[in-house]
Design a protein around this ligand. Structure first.
Ligand SMILES: Cc1ncc(COP(=O)(O)O)c(C=O)c1O
Length: 453
């Protein structure tokens, strides 16, 4: 009965809305975000307001997307609108992707295809891997380090100080002893420091987090050198576990001929990537792959869901495997490679533009993350949604970032910079320690404010 009433109400309301009997302009927008009072009903005026709020919110998002430069997100997702009819369904991949369950509204067939694709990309045989579609890079890291700890319960976690905060969070959650390794100016792990710390802790196994692209500088840890260092320090295969945090670069380095590969053929234990990053998805998601033999360590039979519990999350998003599957189908290997090439070229374009404007800047080889001096004004940082650490800011040149966006950004930055530093009372920061003397254009190391090369 309640359903019938609400259907009738909706019909009447829609009629009132479409005849213009109720005007959107009557909505008092500043207050409209407030939810209804607890026992209040959603009347026809409120429905008109809800529509208006949604229209305005879409306009807001469109504007924000056109100024989104600082985060690892690909906002070119329009083609995924094809999948919007699926929003009518609750789709839930609860439990293990490879096990049948008695819940029918799942997308595990899509999920397994996606996993097969990534397994092939990262070079592990179909019958040797296990994995699942996660809620993003963080969940993949949490899953991986849990596996590492279960495999080597008294292992010490080694990770560089420029690792993503989810790695340190995992160490706290699992109460793991964590050795923080220093980094080179590029942001890459310093293998001399790693060696020194491994030697000090030779009696305990090593769980190593390898950054395939650090968050801030996009630096790629040298996997081959890390493995060599482990071997030279006397760690045999069964006394170390390597996880590759490839949140962004998991879909970049496999497409670059010049960059050393990370691959299961090199003896690593797991890889995680965020799928909303390079590939692009309207909501956070990711992929985690590990070796099949390890997952038994986590598996618990759960009668209630009639399947195995092997994943960090219980209920799992069933839409995201389809978004990823669709994206991989539409773009294909070639399409992603084109996106990667475009991003690399555009990143170099931005680096050159900043340099020519006399701004301290660094771009690692084969990287899409351009690091430069932190703009003085927080309004500017907010407007372009820049991510900042200390005196540094960065732009992540993702597939949605066009040359026009970069030109507008550069133009705005140069204009504002001339105002911020006009009277010489403040000077641009020195970034010699952070990005190297040769990349620093402060008064001491470059030509300062009015310089440029
Ligand atoms: C290196 C690295 N690892 C992990 C993550 C976390 O990924 P997510 O935001 O998908 O949880 C990020 C996010 O930027 C990252 O840069």
């Amino acid at each position: 009965m309640a359903t019938l009433t609400s259907v009738t109400n909706t019909k009447t309301n829609m009629a009132a809305i479409s005849t213009g009997a109720i005007d959107e302009n009557d909505c008092n927008t500043p207050e409209t975000f407030a939810l209804l009072e607890l026992y209040e009903e959603c009347d026809v005026e409120r429905q008109v307001c809800l529509r208006k709020i949604m229209t305005e919110f879409q306009e807001h998002l469109t504007e924000r997307a056109s100024h989104s430069l600082g985060y690892h997100l690909n906002l070119s997702c329009n083609y995924l609108m094809d999948l919007s009819p699926l929003l009518r369904f609750h789709i839930n991949n609860v439990g293990d992707p490879f096990k049948e369950s008695n819940f029918g509204l799942h997308s595990r067939k899509f999920e397994v295809e996606v996993l097969d694709w990534f397994a092939q990309l990262w070079e592990i045989e179909k019958d040797e891997y296990w994995g699942y579609v996660t809620n993003g890079g963080t969940e993949g890291n949490l899953q991986a380090l849990l596996l590492g700890r279960e495999l080597l319960p008294d292992g010490i976690l080694y990770t560089s100080r420029e690792s993503h905060y989810s790695i340190f969070k995992a160490a706290r959650m699992y109460r793991m002893d964590c050795q923080i390794i220093s980094t080179l100016t590029t942001g890459e792990i310093d293998c001399d420091d790693l060696r020194a710390k491994l030697i000090l802790n030779k009696d305990k196994p090593a769980i190593i987090n390898v950054n395939i692209g650090t968050t801030f500088k996009g630096a790629i840890d040298d996997l081959d050198l890390i493995i060599k260092t482990l071997e030279e320090c006397g760690f045999s295969d069964n006394r170390f576990y390597i996880h590759c945090d490839a949140a962004l670069y998991g879909l970049i380095t496999p497409f670059l001929e010049q960059t050393p590969k990370f691959s299961f053929k090199k003896g690593i234990g797991s890889v995680s990537v965020s799928a909303h990053k390079l590939l692009g998805a309207p909501m956070p998601c990711g992929v985690h792959i590990t070796r099949k033999e390890y997952v038994a360590l986590l598996a618990q039979n759960v009668e209630y869901i009639a399947t195995l519990d092997t994943t960090i999350s219980g209920s799992r998003n069933g839409h995201t495997p389809i978004f990823i599957w669709y994206g991989l189908n539409i773009k294909g290997y070639k399409g992603i490679r084109l996106d990667v090439r475009k991003c690399l070229m555009n990143a170099q374009y931005l680096r050159d533009g900043l340099r020519n404007a006399g701004i301290s800047t660094m771009l690692n080889e084969m990287s899409i993350v351009v690091v430069f001096e932190r703009p003085l004004d927080d309004e500017f940082i907010k407007h372009w949604q820049l991510s900042c650490v200390g005196n540094m800011a960065h732009v992540v040149v993702m597939p949605h970032v066009t040359i026009k966006m970069l030109d507008d950004f550069l133009h705005d930055l140069v204009l504002k910079k001339n105002i911020w530093y006009k009277y010489g009372e403040v000077q641009p920061p020195c970034l010699a320690n952070e990005i190297g003397v040769s990349n620093c254009n402060c008064l001491d190391h470059g030509k300062g404010l009015m310089g440029g090369n």
